[in-house]
Unconditional design. Structure first.
Length: 558
């Protein structure tokens, strides 16, 4: 049986978890009519000159002095040289690939250098080692020893409005350090609302107040502007002990004060921030590896591979079709199946590595009869690629999917429209059933291979928002050179996807990558396709406070 647990390196007792906080100043301005939209990607070198991506911060719009809210957690080994590279980009499009974005500079260093300095500021360099303008990057390191977490529910009332319209408020929580205020958490933006209710969130006490409940915490309320010039509505400072007094029946209330307006004698405040719930719990943040090694089936056996057989792909018998199999036995769909499948099948907990593979939206004419049926015409947006609804699994791992795909091609007539929602809802049924068991035993992944054309966008948005509350992720691989704007819209990295009814997704569960951007590099493709999955898995189960089924070898909270 092949599994991640069998091949994954096991951390020794000498490992210490370290949290890295990133900020930059004086970045180069690469945009003509606005400021750069920076993002920082972190790479780690395991051997020689090979780097692989460990993660990315959020993108901040129109900002040359970004303070990133997303932090990186790394296992630190005193006895090892751990090489890191921080690369800053100006994001110009919504693709996952960073090679087509403006490069703002990088820093190479070791984790040991960061840990020994605790806070390190260095010049950003271009690839030819020249300074990247006056840009600098600051990295703060903090050892993770305190497992306490503060759970917040926060709202506001009577916030100041804009000159002509309501405000778009969001909050920033800051920790007091020896060198000033350090960003600990940023909420989402609530648009056009002077009485916003933000989604519940959690902040570790380490990041919020250094574990000291009497230490001051600064909270800023801003009116969001797309150009990055957010207006300060007001601020307040309070300790965590004061915030802990808040309940739903009697919230802890703090005046949101704008110091620039204090000169007006009639001015009282710019609104009230209400801490409806602030509760401290001792929690263990389990990692992706903790769940995999603890028996959670993130194994793609329960996953679906959905292949787009709609008419927009072209006639499979002609070389112009994306489904046309060349003389060497491949096309882009097969290459994508192999590239991603060879990675995901390692997480299969079954000997036979069965995959449930479906086709999306087509008219299917079966050329060979089933039993006594001479011809069967099916108009469907979800049918098994092996034509066996009772047992849609393809055996012998990803080879079985590829074999079933080849056998299916001559038996189908491509049709339309291209509807994603049926297959998303299909997988969501299994994920919903697994969640009812109240255990982190299964996580479902839907892999969609498509040419990018989609005809049920509203239904798909609604299905994804619904699925965001379930143990489920969706990976979309774009095949061909069509316009993938719709796919990039669904991959809502910068803000949560909204349903047509205005409901926001609980989290980002969609990862989209265009196949052709990787020029046949299957390793890079697989890494990009699966880059967000570990965090999606661990954050979902941690959010529901679900432990790995078997916590043997996984340290419990003290």
């Amino acid at each position: 049986m092949a599994s991640a647990a069998a091949s994954a390196p096991v951390a020794t007792h000498l490992a210490t978890k370290v949290e890295l906080t990133i900020s930059c100043e004086n970045l180069m301005d690469m945009d003509v009519f606005s400021k750069s939209d920076p993002l920082c990607a972190l790479y780690i070198s395991t051997s020689g000159s090979h780097w692989y991506e460990l993660g990315r911060t959020e993108m901040i719009l129109n900002c040359l002095n970004p303070k990133f809210a997303k932090k990186f957690v790394i296992d630190y080994y005193f006895e090892m040289v751990q090489k890191l590279k921080f690369c800053v980009y100006d994001i110009d499009n919504s693709t996952y690939d960073l090679s087509d974005d403006d490069f703002l500079g990088e820093l190479e260093c070791t984790l040991g250098q960061i840990v020994s300095n605790r806070q390190m500021t260095r010049q950003l360099l271009l690839t030819d080692r020249r300074p990247a303008g006056n840009g600098t990057i600051t990295i703060c390191a903090e050892e993770i020893t305190d497992t306490r977490v503060a759970n917040f529910e926060v709202s506001a009332r009577r916030l100041d409005k804009k000159f002509l319209w309501w405000s778009d408020p969001f909050l920033e929580f800051y920790k007091q350090t020896e060198t000033g205020w350090q960003l600990a958490h940023r909420t989402e933006v609530v648009y056009n609302n002077l009485n916003p209710v933000w989604r519940p969130f959690r902040i570790s006490l380490r990041a919020l107040c250094g574990g000291d409940v009497e230490k001051p915490i600064k909270v800023d309320c801003y009116d969001h502007h797309v150009n990055g010039s957010h207006n300060l509505i007001g601020s307040f400072t309070a300790s965590l002990a004061e915030m802990l007094a808040g309940t739903h029946l009697s919230p802890a209330e703090f005046e949101c004060v704008n110091s620039r307006k204090l000169r007006n004698k009639k001015y009282k405040n710019s609104g009230i921030i209400c801490i409806k719930r602030c509760q401290v719990t001792v929690e263990k943040e389990y990692s992706f590896l903790d769940y995999v090694m603890g028996g959670c089936q993130i194994n793609f056996t329960a996953a679906q591979i959905a292949i787009d057989f709609t008419g927009s792909n072209g006639d499979p018998m002609t070389p112009q079709s994306l489904h046309y199999i060349s003389p060497d036995g491949y096309n882009e769909y097969l290459q994508a199946i192999w590239a991603v499948g060879n990675v995901i099948q390692d997480y299969d907990s079954f000997w036979l590595k069965k995959f449930s593979s479906h086709c999306i939206g087509k008219k299917t004419i079966l050329q060979k009869p089933f039993l006594f049926v001479q011809q069967c015409v099916i108009v469907s947006h979800e049918f098994p690629i092996n034509f066996n609804p009772a047992n849609p699994f393809c055996v012998v791992g990803i080879e079985g999917v590829a074999q079933a795909y080849r056998q299916c091609l001559p038996q189908v007539k491509l049709w339309g429209p291209t509807n994603f929602s049926p297959v998303i809802n299909h997988v969501a049924c299994f994920a919903r059933q697994a969640l009812r068991q109240n255990a982190a035993s299964q996580y479902f992944v839907l892999l969609i291979l498509t040419d990018g054309v989609i005809t049920d966008m509203d239904q798909t948005r609604a299905a994804i928002v619904e699925a965001s509350h379930l143990p489920m992720s969706i990976i979309i691989v774009g095949v061909g050179g069509a316009d993938f704007d719709a796919m990039e819209f669904l991959d809502s990295d910068d803000k949560l996807l909204l349903s047509p009814m205005g409901d926001a997704g609980a989290r980002d569960i969609v990862q989209f990558v265009p196949f052709r951007h990787f020029h046949g590099n299957s390793v890079a493709l697989a890494q990009s396709v699966l880059a967000e999955l570990p965090d999606q898995v661990s954050s979902f189960f941690n959010g529901y406070k679900l432990k790995p089924p078997n916590v043997f070898g996984v340290p419990e909270p003290s």
